[in-house]
Design a protein around this ligand. Structure first.
Ligand code: URA
Length: 439
């Protein structure tokens, strides 16, 4: 078999066999297939697509490309969640502690920032000393002890995805359904959870801009999960503006803490509770979503969820004082304000531009080697539909360089549209897809 022939085959729109897909994935993982050939292959997939069978084979080849986590030593039904990526999405930082405080084992493997969206690992590293590197034995012990552990994608877990994900990020091949579905599901399957809840974003800041596309992606992922014997549920949620107010690593951690303190922004709180409620039902600790939401609200009110975050941060080497006193998190010292240039209503947000502002400040990765500045980001003070007066504050940007701040200000000015007529509120949750919705 030759990689050249397989690129040609996909370029011409033909279906690849299981053997061919495993050849590509294994060859790229062990270094026999170079980046330039894999890039060409990914671009061919981007334009010619993959059948469901090819997508399942790609997922399983990536899931089997390294070690798979055996979580059988953890008591109870193990739950996991994954988001297809969005701007200001910090729900994992909120959900993990809430569920763990209710005794649900959360054994989570997360990624770093990709393109204009952030990653949970980068966010957590805003806590001084926090580490997501730990041996499997320790990971399992921590889940048994405190019900929550979170590790980065180590070299041994789905290494093929790790390499492919980094290459897609710099070759404009991120936003493709089969590639996203196989990337996410390979990690989820390798990470061993029994129940997988997926947050599939739709809107201007998401890889899937329309609800129909998001539903299609969700169905591919639910099919893969079901075939792999995992209970898989997908929530389709709005990403037409940042989730919550804060974008950028340390700033997002601060906002997650606000939710766990019972003072979170409404839509961020609602989505976190919804995702966690489906996970709680999947874990069999709650009978239905309504019960589950009540239990989650209680665990916030009692302070147990916040205490659990502190315990988790401390167990992974971080400074738990930053949980109880988030002003101790490092935020960049230079500031710029963006104010409304007209009277009216905040009518639209090109959320990718908001993501780009954070990227311009240094809060994300331009290339796979880029260093992330955890202290930079922005706070958006207004939400879509809000009435606004000329001169009123839309956003505050935090950075460490005047040039970068100037660039980011332009992104925010491009991102928002002010109109003189009110707009209808977009629902936060657009659909829920389970295996019963697959035709
Ligand atoms: N998140 C992932 O893990 N993979 C993708 O391809 C996109 C978002």
């Amino acid at each position: 078999m030759r990689m050249y022939d397989l690129i040609e085959k996909k370029k011409c729109g033909h279906e690849l066999s299981k053997e061919e897909i495993y050849y590509i994935v294994n060859g790229f993982t062990n270094g026999d297939i170079p980046d330039y050939q894999m890039s060409a292959f990914l671009m061919a997939v981007y334009f010619q697509n993959m059948t469901m069978e090819e997508t399942v084979n790609l997922t399983m080849a990536m899931a089997e490309s390294g070690d798979t986590l055996d979580l059988s030593a953890i008591e109870g039904i193990k739950v996991d969640k994954h988001s297809t990526g969005g701007v200001g999405d910090k729900t994992s930082l909120i959900i993990g502690p809430m569920l763990a405080a209710l005794g649900v084992p959360v054994a989570k493997m997360s990624g770093r920032g990709l393109g204009h969206t952030g990653g949970t690992i980068d966010k957590l590293e805003s806590f001084t000393g926090f580490s997501t590197v730990m041996p499997e034995k320790e990971f399992i012990k921590q889940v048994n002890d405190i019900h929550f552990a979170l590790v980065g994608q180590t070299a041994n877990l789905a290494p093929a995805d790790k390499k492919i994900y980094a290459l897609r990020d710099v070759t404009a091949t991120v936003n493709h359904k089969s590639l996203i579905a196989s990337s996410i599901m390979s990690k989820k399957i390798a990470a061993g959870a029994d129940v997988i809840v997926l947050d599939v974003k739709t809107g201007t800041g998401a890889f899937m801009e329309t609800v129909d596309e998001a539903i299609e992606l969700a169905k591919i992922m639910v099919s893969i999960g079901t075939m792999a014997g995992r209970e898989t549920i997908a929530i389709i949620s709005d990403m037409n503006e940042p989730l919550g107010h804060n974008v950028g690593n340390a700033l997002e951690v601060k906002e997650a803490i606000e939710v766990l303190n019972g003072k979170g922004e409404e839509r961020l709180t609602k989505l976190s509770l919804t995702l966690a409620a489906y996970m709680l039902v999947g874990s069999k600790k709650a009978e239905n979503v309504e019960n589950a939401e009540q239990m989650l609200n209680d665990v916030i009110k009692s302070g147990k969820a916040l205490d659990k975050l502190a315990e988790f941060v401390s167990c992974q080497g971080g400074d738990e004082q930053q949980v109880f006193n988030p002003d101790k998190l490092t935020i960049a010292s230079k500031e710029r304000k963006v104010s409304a240039w007209d009277d009216g209503y905040l009518a639209a947000c090109d959320n990718k531009e908001v993501g780009k502002a954070s990227l311009a400040l240094g809060g994300g990765r331009e290339t796979k080697e880029s260093e992330v500045d955890l202290s930079v980001g922005l706070i958006v003070h207004k939400k879509l539909g809000d009435k606004i007066k000329k001169g009123e504050l839309i956003a505050t940007l935090y950075g460490n360089s005047d040039d970068k701040l100037d660039e980011a200000v332009k992104c925010i000015e491009h991102a928002y549209t002010i109109k003189n007529t009110p707009i209808k509120e977009t629902p936060l949750i657009k659909a829920v897809i389970t295996k019963d919705d697959l035709s």
